[in-house]
Design a protein around this ligand. Structure first.
Ligand SMILES: NC(=O)c1ccc[n+]([C@@H]2O[C@H](COP(=O)([O-])OP(=O)(O)OC[C@H]3O[C@@H](n4cnc5c(N)ncnc54)[C@H](O)[C@@H]3O)[C@@H](O)[C@H]2O)c1
Length: 273
């Protein structure tokens, strides 16, 4: 990633909790200079204080016109947090926000309509460089703004561009929240193994390695997910017996995930009101 412009003009990060620090860790690893980074967070982690000891500015002053201000506070904290950075509106600074739900219109009201704003939805595998982030800009964003946002966010994984903000709640429900569904799958698979008589620790080891191994295979293999599933399924065998439960249209994964993803997307929509 070309971080020259950001290293020259600076990056301000508002909120450095789980998502902010996952991304910051990735950027620092890709060559972002701590001296070019300002973080505002009333509750900094020990890790962040350590980076501050190496040159990052924490809760102390701000650059005049940073290349990017990235907002990573909770939607519920937005009202209290945005006034701290409202002065960056209307200028050369690109505002990038990763908050779920909060709409571009809310940021335009806080920063002014002429402000260049990119709404983004990353996920926590960004911490290991394997995130995926969807981005979309407001009416005044330029191709250069989207390129800058993409360059920054591609330091922590894949980046996809959306047709528009109308897709953001569905994206949030699939890939933003999705890692939690997968972690819960590990928990549920381990619990099911225990119910079949395995010791808890062994069941968890098997479940975790199975989900991460299958994820890595899905990442590397050229086959479709469907074909990878078929490759595991001997006709009349054990997997087919399990899939007859999991693929049952009304009670299996399809119906369950449809309900779960809808609940997440609906919550995103209500956070935006
Ligand atoms: N965690 C995820 O998986 C994930 C994924 C995609 C998007 N997001 C979005 O990222 C944002 C942050 O989520 P998170 O999970 O990192 O939450 P978090 O609670 O871990 O982090 C929020 C941070 O904001 C700080 N903060 C609170 N008030 C502040 C203020 N006035 N000024 C500056 N900082 C302030 C808190 O101290 C905290 O460190 C949310 O808007 C969420 O929708 C999170």
């Amino acid at each position: 990633m070309n971080l020259d412009m950001i290293n020259r003009r600076g990056l301000v990060l508002l909120g450095c909790g789980k998502m902010g620090s996952a991304m910051l860790e990735g950027w620092l690893g890709q060559g972002l200079r701590p001296e070019a980074t300002w973080v505002i967070d009333p509750h900094p982690s020990d890790w962040l204080k350590g980076v501050a000891a190496n040159g990052l500015t924490l809760n102390d002053g701000m650059p005049d016109a940073p290349a990017v201000v990235l907002i990573a506070v909770k939607p519920q904290m937005m009202g209290a947090a945005l006034p701290q950075i409202a002065g960056f509106g209307g200028g050369d600074t690109l505002i990038v926000t990763v908050a779920a739900g909060t709409t571009i219109a809310t940021y335009e009201a806080a920063f002014g309509a002429g402000t260049h704003i990119v709404r983004a939805m990353p996920n926590t595998p960004a911490a290991v460089g394997r995130g995926i982030t969807a981005i979309t800009g407001n009416a005044v964003t330029t191709p250069a703004d989207l390129d800058l946002a993409e360059a920054l966010l591609s330091a922590v994984g894949q980046v996809v561009r959306l047709e528009g903000e109308h897709q953001m709640d569905a994206v949030t429900a699939v890939s933003g929240s999705g890692p939690a569904y997968v972690f819960h799958l590990i928990e549920a698979l381990a619990a099911a193994g225990e119910a079949e008589g395995l010791p808890a620790e062994l069941a968890m080891q098997l479940a975790r390695a199975t989900v991460t191994g299958a994820g890595e295979l899905a990442h590397r293999a050229p086959e479709t997910a469907e074909q990878l599933r078929i490759n595991v399924t001997s006709p009349g065998g054990t997997t087919a017996a399990a899939l007859s439960v999991l693929m049952e249209p009304d009670t299996g994964f399809p119906a369950l995930l449809r309900r779960a993803v809808k609940a997440a997307a609906d919550r995103g929509r209500s956070l935006g009101k």
